[in-house]
Write a protein that binds this ligand. Structure first.
Ligand SMILES: [Zn+2]
Length: 312
């Protein structure tokens, strides 16, 4: 009986009855914390809870850091650096998300590259103490440049500095939910927080199901997915529910480096539009608009309104 249960937990079966081995990498942006709850105690609490969920689910996650959050004025704030130490002490990998989270579509390449290098010093130091190396880079807003010439210049820069681009496939708007959750908290309205939280996991599941279909449409198979979420308030309360949802769908959570071994990630990224979009949509658009799966799930209206974001 125990074996039968284990089999159900570890396997997913498609509509045609075929068993699939699903894998997913969890990447968490805007470390140490992104929330309107700015005081240190809240930031410590959010960090502790996030890492608690990660540990409980034995989830090999990577966090992408904005080091400007580690300074007050010109001086390094060790209390903020301690938040990052908690990630590293939990055995988690860190990556570079630039110092000040500006868009490659909005500033000059030279300025962007300087901001990227400015954003690696503390992260490199903390990883170095554990014998680990800084190897991944994530573009803020997933905005990757408006011309192929700029993209190839930047690629050469990344290569020179030993970075690998961290793409994502499983795009979503967790930040809109988290803003709504922050606002409900600030209003002192736990009922509303609960309502937002309870809409979050079904939304994330609908999104994942969408990206599974998008992968099937483009590749004829389910590729290893890469999830982007943020180090925010709602995930500090719901990351364990997300992890349970992944397991229920037959996913094994793997390291980013492991997920990227899927050969689909070798497809070129030729997207030079203004948006920050999933790599699955980049590749699908490259092949032809008819390969983009329609009706991507949207954030529920009440969450969108509460968050103050005009549109996703
Ligand atoms: Zn970010």
């Amino acid at each position: 009986m125990r074996f039968a249960v284990l089999f159900i937990l570890l396997s997913a079966v498609t509509a045609s009855g075929q068993k699939v081995d699903r894998t997913i990498a969890v990447t968490i942006d805007d470390l140490p914390v992104v929330s309107t709850r700015r005081d240190l105690n809240n930031r410590i609490e959010i960090t502790k809870k996030l890492i608690g969920h990660i540990r409980k689910a034995k989830m090999p996650a990577i966090g992408f850091v904005n080091e400007n959050k580690l300074y007050s004025g010109d001086s390094r704030d060790e209390k903020q650096v301690d938040l990052l130490r908690m990630w590293v002490d939990a055995g988690l990998e860190l990556g570079n998300h630039t110092y000040s989270h500006r868009s490659l579509n909005a500033i000059q390449l030279a300025e962007y590259q300087a901001d990227l290098l400015k954003g690696e010093s503390v992260t490199r130091e903390l990883l170095g103490r554990k014998g680990a190396k800084l190897r991944f880079f994530r573009h803020p807003y997933l905005q990757t440049g408006r011309s192929m010439e700029l993209k190839s210049q930047f690629d050469a820069f990344l290569k020179r500095h030993g970075y690998i681009i961290a793409p994502i496939t499983y795009d979503n708007a967790d930040y809109i939910f988290s803003r709504a959750y922050d606002i409900a908290f600030d209003k002192g309205d736990p009922e509303l927080m609960k309502k937002v939280g309870e809409a979050y996991v079904p939304y994330m599941e609908a999104k994942l199901e969408y990206w599974e279909r998008q992968s099937m449409k483009l590749l004829g198979r389910e590729m290893s997915q890469t999830l982007l979420i943020h180090a925010n308030f709602i995930n500090s309360d719901y990351l364990d529910d997300l992890a349970a949802m992944f397991k229920r769908r037959g996913y094994k959570i793997v390291l980013l480096a492991e997920s990227l071994k899927d050969e689909a990630y070798q497809l070129p990224d030729t997207y030079i539009g203004p948006a920050g979009i999933s790599w699955l949509h980049r590749w699908a658009r490259d092949k032809g608009r008819e390969f983009v799966v329609p009706d991507e799930p949207e954030v529920p209206e009440f969450v969108l309104k509460l968050s103050g974001f005009e549109s996703e």
